[in-house]
Ligand binder design. Structure first.
Ligand SMILES: Nc1ncnc2c1ncn2[C@@H]1O[C@H](COP(=O)(O)OP(=O)(O)OP(=O)(O)O)[C@@H](O)[C@H]1O
Ligand SMILES: [Mg+2]
Length: 268
């Protein structure tokens, strides 16, 4: 489905109100060393992502999307360059401080859900809370149930992953990403393993969370999915080659309402 985009949105570091940027990277370089070979995964990336943003990262395979997500998610560190997360200079932190910041501020969602298979939906969602020694098991349960409710899965809390559909498993993963009240959710190809309708359902959840004030950044290969976000950033060869504001982001709930059910059954 076509969607209009406007070029020149403030993504690439210029003319932005820095105080509003939740993620701010400057001249980010990532070089992987493989023996004698150097892989230049990021070659000078500048980007500011604002608090109310919903950004999609596009680009061909190998263009640096996951490397960028891993760095902004504090799962990896850049070779050079600056990264401010919610105003904190990440390069100044040691390993423990980094892990702490990551747990408090960021929720992750992956293409393959990454749920523990012998563990119920509720226990999967509770997992990130285990690191928090101050929280009681009762609180843990309450927060996890709230997170499952937020993704419409309160009635599936005792199901194991293999008793859930792909879309439901991804919603459990989103609940898990929510349980620590993150300011940012990072999702690397969250709809990559889902059929069309389920993908739109997942985008509806992300849109709802974004409306509640959570910054959302997703990687996707599909322009139709990127059309549900507010901004599209395209990577090529480790650089941002395009940053566009989506003129009228598609509303996932509206799209779901208009989706013919027959087509859904055909897909399944
Ligand atoms: N741990 C690593 N060690 C060495 N090279 C790596 C590593 N991770 C990524 N690379 C290389 O860095 C480049 C960027 O990889 P990245 O995973 O960021 O791409 P991507 O845009 O996410 O691709 P895809 O769409 O296939 O997921 C690629 O050339 C890749 O081979
Ligand atoms: Mg990738």
């Amino acid at each position: 489905m076509p969607h209009k985009c406007r070029e020149g949105a403030p993504v690439a570091g210029e003319d932005v109100n820095m105080s509003n940027a939740i993620i701010s990277v400057k001249a980010l370089v990532k070089i992987y060393k493989m023996g004698d070979v150097e892989v230049h995964a990021l070659r000078g990336v500048n980007a500011d992502i604002m608090k109310d943003d919903f950004v999609s990262i596009l680009g061909k395979s190998g263009s640096g999307k996951s490397t960028f997500m891993n760095i902004i998610g504090c799962l990896d560190v850049p070779t050079r360059g600056q990264y401010l997360l919610d105003g904190v200079d990440v390069s100044s932190l040691n390993k423990d401080q980094l892990a702490n910041l990551r747990n408090r501020k960021i929720g992750f969602v992956f293409q393959s859900f990454n749920l523990l298979s012998r563990t119920s939906a509720l226990e999967n969602v509770e997992l990130p809370l285990m690191y928090n020694k101050k929280i009681t098991s009762r609180e843990m349960r309450e927060r996890s149930l709230n997170a499952l409710e937020a993704v419409g899965l309160a009635d599936r809390s005792h199901h194991f992953p293999n008793q859930l559909s792909g879309g439901e498993q991804q919603r459990v993963a989103i609940a898990r990403s929510l349980v620590n009240d993150p300011v940012v959710i990072l999702a690397d190809e969250p709809t990559g393993n889902l059929d069309t309708r389920t993908s739109v359902e997942v985008m509806a959840i992300f849109q709802k969370l974004n409306q509640k004030g959570i910054t959302v950044v997703i990687v996707t290969h599909e322009p139709d999915i990127a059309a549900f976000t507010k901004r599209n950033i395209t990577f090529r060869d480790g650089k941002i080659i395009r940053a566009m504001e989506v003129d009228k982001p598609r509303n996932a709930m509206d799209v779901l309402e208009k989706m013919p059910l027959m087509a859904v059954e055909d897909e399944i």
